[in-house]
Design a protein around this ligand. Structure first.
Ligand code: SAH
Ligand code: SF4
Length: 365
């Protein structure tokens, strides 16, 4: 059976042509799948019976399976999804007054070994397919539509208004599948989200950033975490391949194409590691030519992490130094803490992880 979530409009059109059906039916089918969240072909009422039969015999809508579904007291909802072989990924929905953000995963685990990240500590198993990435949106949409305490929200508006690729994995090391799914998120026949409302977070794979800016320039968040190469080499080992000078130039090149006129820099606050006021000043020098905003992320602890979160007071002072230099800086609210849904706490499980290797081959170098 073919999983229709793997196909964009063009591919779906080709697919149904193979069975002798008219190309325009592809758009009709996409509307049922994504706008009405329908996965039963026989319930697609205005679809010709012969077309329904072809679909029933050959195709399916397959999403990852739900292992756990947790609702936090603050409304954050987290799903632990099974993607086969006992491997788990996580998808998190964060409702706010004016928007609903879905945080999705791009890989089972991650090969990049950032020292403060629990996903990085777990190692890497495999890339998610485009259907598994889009499937997280499809599934979340379906479940959220049925969630009672969201009834007060105006359902004419989409419950999921924003998507961030900040779950498990480094999206730019799964380039083709990620771009395919991003394009689908933007396509009006699928989710029709604007490029401003889809954010990809990367630890800084400069060559892939250069490619993304041409292929599908969505909003970009870059995980900076350190003001100099010495410290960043340690915290974010990919820095050895793409040191800060190159990363900063890459950000400047991306801005030319970005849907927003700034880059978001993420900066995890690690006590006595990267949180001194001198380091804040060093940071200001580093980014002085880049139109940017900073998002300070309180470190979310996990067992044996070896790090502590900076004190609240320290985080505020760090923020003030950046703000005084004219850089808009926010401190990320920690959401869903009671269900371990905060950044870097994602407890997706990686089984049969591939042997870790320092030599990682990236696509599109
Ligand atoms: N691989 C991508 C996207 C996924 S991680 C990236 O690194 O950007 C999303 C964000 O959470 C990144 O900024 C990452 O550095 C941060 N993060 C990872 N572990 C964390 C932790 N334990 N506490 C707080 N933030 C963390
Ligand atoms: Fe991978 Fe991002 Fe975690 Fe680094 S922070 S190990 S790139 S998921």
């Amino acid at each position: 059976m073919d999983n229709l979530l793997e196909y964009n409009l063009e591919e779906l059109t080709e697919y149904i042509k193979k069975f002798g059906h008219k190309p325009y039916r592809a758009k009709q089918l996409l509307r049922w799948i994504y706008h009405f969240n329908e996965d039963h072909f026989e319930l697609m009422t205005d679809v010709a019976k012969s077309f329904q039969d072809t679909l029933k015999n050959n195709a399916k809508i397959v999403t990852p399976e739900i292992n756990f579904d947790h609702l936090s007291s603050d409304g954050t909802r987290k799903w632990l999804l099974d993607v086969g072989g006992k491997n788990g990924i996580e998808t998190v929905f964060i409702p706010e007054e004016d928007r609903g953000t879905l945080c999705i995963s791009s890989q089972v685990g991650c090969a990049l070994e950032c020292t403060f990240c629990s996903t990085g500590r777990q190692g890497f198993n495999r890339n998610l397919t485009s259907g598994e990435i889009i499937g997280q949106l499809w599934l979340a949409n379906k479940l959220l539509r049925n969630q009672e305490n969201y009834n007060h929200l105006d359902l004419q508006k989409r419950v999921i208004s924003n998507v961030v690729m900040m779950g498990m994995g480094e999206p730019l090391t799964n380039y083709d599948n990620v771009v395919h799914s991003l394009e689908m998120m933007l396509d009006d026949h699928v989710y029709g989200l604007s490029r401003r409302k889809v954010t990809l977070s990367t630890s800084g794979l400069v060559s892939a950033m250069d490619k993304l800016k041409k292929d599908c320039p969505v909003a970009l968040a870059v995980s900076l975490h350190a003001p100099n190469d010495n410290l960043r080499d340690e915290l974010v080992p990919i820095n050895k391949k793409y040191p800060l000078k190159e990363l900063i130039s890459g950000c400047l090149r991306y801005i030319e194409f970005a849907p927003r006129d700034f880059i978001t820099f993420e900066y995890v606050m690690l006590k006595n590691v990267n949180d001194s006021l001198d380091q804040a000043k060093e940071l200001i020098k580093l980014v002085k030519n880049v139109p940017c905003k900073f998002n300070l992320i309180p470190f979310n602890s996990f067992p044996n992490s070896g790090y502590e979160c900076s004190d609240k007071n320290m985080i505020n002072r760090f923020k003030e130094v950046l703000m005084d230099a004219g850089i808009i800086t926010t401190i990320r609210k920690t959401r869903g803490e009671d269900i371990d849904a905060a950044c870097g706490q994602l407890a997706g499980k990686v089984q049969d992880k591939k042997r870790r290797s320092r030599k990682i081959t990236f696509v599109h170098q």
